[in-house]
Design a binder for this molecule. Structure first.
Ligand SMILES: Nc1ncnc2c1ncn2[C@@H]1O[C@H](COP(=O)(O)OP(=O)(O)OP(=O)(O)O)[C@@H](O)[C@H]1O
Length: 216
């Protein structure tokens, strides 16, 4: 039972690559249910009020997914979003005065405590983290194309600055990430959704990494 998780900013292509990779590996895909998330539209309207609730909601959902993925007998199940990135959103909001820094610290400790390897408890950390790196331009194009109303700049022009800030938080986050082996995919260079050659190249990179880790 090995688990691969995707990471990267909004619109990076995590869900798409999850589907492509799970099909390629013949494993199971686990998705974040964005449409049924009752807190997300509220969060986009009032981040100050809803950062803590959104992250508590997501923590619960992601833990359920991890428990399912590690109990599934398939090799190399794929989850479309890592549990570790949520603290990055929380920290970014705390740094800009939107969220309470004490809430952020308590939340971050809680995640690490829940994910810690403890004798007698199953190992919950992923076996590989795939990070999709994209420019702000690519993020904005994809967000527009997908059309979720609460994410649109037309709904709230200040979101451009929010998305830009998010990107700047992701880079050091990935560099410091050390919970599992990791690999970075350039989501600007490889259009793995629309271009078959690019898709093949990305799958080759991931296969090679899994092979090096002894997971293939
Ligand atoms: N911890 C969080 N705090 C704030 N917003 C979050 C958090 N996690 C997810 N979101 C928001 O939830 C929505 C969906 O997130 P996510 O990036 O996982 O999916 P996505 O945009 O569909 O990704 P992709 O296009 O890469 O598949 C986005 O609007 C994202 O900004």
């Amino acid at each position: 039972m090995t688990v691969i998780v995707l990471s990267g900013p909004i619109g990076a292509g995590k869900s798409s690559l999850t589907t492509i990779l799970a099909n390629h590996l013949g494993s199971k895909a686990y998705y974040e249910d964005v449409a049924d998330n009752p807190v997300l539209p509220l969060y986009y309207k009032d981040m100050k009020r809803y950062t803590f609730l959104l992250n508590t909601y997501l923590l619960n959902k992601r833990l359920t997914q991890i428990n399912e993925a590690i109990s599934d007998p398939n090799q190399n199940n794929v989850i479309d979003r890592s549990i570790y990135e949520d603290a990055l959103f929380f920290k970014m909001n705390a740094d800009s005065g939107i969220a309470d820094p004490t809430e952020c610290d308590i939340y971050t400790d809680l995640v690490h405590n829940m994910m810690e390897d403890v004798p007698g408890n199953p190992h919950k950390k992923p076996d590989l983290l795939i990070y999709i790196d994209v420019s702000l331009e690519t993020m904005l194009n994809r967000i527009k194309k997908r059309g979720r109303s609460f994410e649109q700049l037309d709904t709230d022009p200040s979101l451009k600055e929010y998305y830009n800030r998010l990107r700047t938080y992701y880079k050091p986050w990935y560099e410091n990430y050390n919970e599992s082996p990791k690999i970075k995919i350039n989501g600007d260079e490889f259009n793995f959704v629309e271009n078959k050659q690019d898709q093949k190249a990305v799958l080759q990179l991931i296969d090679q990494k899994l092979h090096d880790l002894g997971e293939l």
